[in-house]
Design a protein around this ligand. Structure first.
Ligand code: ZN
Length: 107
């Protein structure tokens, strides 16, 4: 189980957004590369050639992937940035848990 999953809310903890303490929703996870795409974070501008949909061509703004080590999960239960723990339940299934000592809730 991946510690960061689609639709999680994360805090950006490094790169140029570090000082902004920017939060965003995870749009996509690339497990093999350990990268995620976070809504509104790490926007790149891409110049495109004219296509049928966009006859004049132009600049498309798009989120670029960032490394998973640059984000921290916001615990949906306590609304604070946390590390994620994994816990195995009695039936063998795995769940994510908030590692903050005073929270510890399943995520
Ligand atoms: Zn928590």
């Amino acid at each position: 189980m991946k510690k960061i999953q689609k639709n999680d809310t994360v805090l950006i903890i490094s790169g140029k957004h570090r000082l902004e303490k920017k939060r965003g929703r995870v749009l996509k996870v690339f497990p093999k590369k350990n990268q995620v795409i976070v809504e509104g974070v790490n926007i790149i501008k891409r110049h495109t050639r004219p296509t049928q949909d966009l006859p004049q061509g132009g600049i498309i703004e798009k989120e670029a992937p960032i490394h998973i080590s640059n984000v921290k999960l916001i615990c949906p239960k306590c609304n604070r940035p946390t590390r994620v723990g994994l816990r195995v339940l009695d039936d063998g299934s795995k769940v994510r848990v908030c590692k903050l000592a005073d929270c510890g809730e399943m995520i």
